[in-house]
Design a protein around this ligand. Sequence first.
Ligand SMILES: *[C@@H]1O[C@H](CO)[C@@H](O)[C@H](O)[C@H]1NC(C)=O
Ligand SMILES: *[C@@H]1O[C@H](CO)[C@@H](O)[C@H](O)[C@H]1NC(C)=O
Ligand SMILES: *[C@@H]1O[C@H](CO)[C@@H](O)[C@H](O)[C@H]1NC(C)=O
Length: 458
Amino acid sequence: MASAPHSRPLYQSPPAYGATYYAVPHQPVVNVVVVPARDERHRTNSRFCRAFFWGIVIWVLLSGLVRSYMEVIHWHHRRRHHFPYAVQWPAPWEYQIPDNLYMNYCTPSDGWKDLGRVDGRFWAAETSFYLLLSFVDTQLYFISRGDMSGGSSKFVVDNNLQRNLVRINVTVRYAEPFLRDLVKACEVFRTNDEMGVGLFTPHFQDDRSWNQFMWFETTISLPSYPSNHIIENLETDLPNTVHEIKNLAPYFFENVHLQGSNAPITSDAFHFRQASIKTSNSPIIGTFNTTDSLVLKTMNGNIKVDVGATATRRSSPNVVLSTSNAPLEANVHLFSTKGEAGQYEVATSTSNSPLGVTIGTQPVDAIINFSGSTTNSPAVAVLNPLFEGTFDVHSTVFGPYVRADARLEDPSGRGRKRFVFMRNGKRDIQGSVSWDKGGPSMGKAVLKTTNSPATLNL
Ligand SMILES: *[C@@H]1O[C@H](CO)[C@@H](O)[C@H](O)[C@H]1NC(C)=O
Ligand SMILES: *[C@@H]1O[C@H](CO)[C@@H](O)[C@H](O)[C@H]1NC(C)=O
Ligand SMILES: *[C@@H]1O[C@H](CO)[C@@H](O)[C@H](O)[C@H]1NC(C)=O
């Protein structure tokens, strides 16, 4: 435990079975020492070795005795759960729990509701937690650590919840009954008033065998008629866990930080001021609306999103979408509530896969800084005809393309005339597009790829 830099032991262990695990270290002694001792008995007659041998025998008998005694105690506590597999593992278990985390309450061993062997293969059990939705600044935090802590997390709105409660249902599924006793499912909080749920399973030094298999399905339910529809913070740190945001339309989140890995992130409807949403080796899919900044980041997984970005009196929205080795497809809509058009930045990038970005909606006179880049695959950007600014389209081998119709009618209805300038190079097309002479400051669009066509539609 002390060897892991950012971990410390869980100081609140469930009382009923905490002691049982500490009997376990005797077992490796049995395995390691007895076998050589039996071989060596025939090869040596020295008094030392005989004394050593009997010492070992006594040690083995004693430790076996202690162990069976502890197993009896264990069986007494936990009648339905079999212990024998667990003794093959090192103990005490190493739980990687961050230093700044406080455990408020952990589901005790007998606090789980047994769901039996639901699909005939895995056992399942359920526990749940309630958090109080604050009137002022609710800060929700969900974390998991450990080799068997992956699974899924789902955020939903529940019509049956009281207006000030958040309910967290946790279902654990496990291959062998003893595994459930290794779970620490706890209500946690951090120093700065963040509260939530932590799921912890041990971290193993060695490879796990087939039977050490377990995962979690967590549902976080928010009330549909909350006393306060603004949530200050939503943070997750859930490795190997799917994030599924169901329609959270009644809520506005000030700050969102979702961190997963090796599992998808999806969203039906999600409104926030700023969000950083990250995973790896998996897609990010769905609808996201920001009033300030949005960062979606994955790798080796595609991005397929609808993004709404709204400029407010205080913000110039910033949208960053980034992946690698997988397609990126985005429809971006830019809005403004600030009484003027606003400034926006939209940066999109992938590699070795197609990139396709459309800016479907934008305010008249908006200043947009757009960039799209990939490699070895086509890049296509379709900007709104209202876009005004310079552009730079770059590709190798295949020529870059720009489509801009100078005879287009003014979509704003102001009857302005369109100006399009272009300078064709071998690998670059640079130019500008504006209505009449354009505003005092203009936007910018950069589109790049290699060994494939790059096409900009204006
Ligand atoms: C959470 O668990 C309770 C009790 O099992 C159940 O009534 C409720 O519907 C569950 N909520 C969700 C969203 O699954
Ligand atoms: C949220 O984004 C979607 C998709 O871009 C857009 O259609 C919708 O109008 C946006 N909603 C708001 C309230 O900004
Ligand atoms: C446009 O965005 C790029 C990165 O996406 C940034 O490097 C550049 O400074 C921005 N330009 C302006 C004028 O904001």
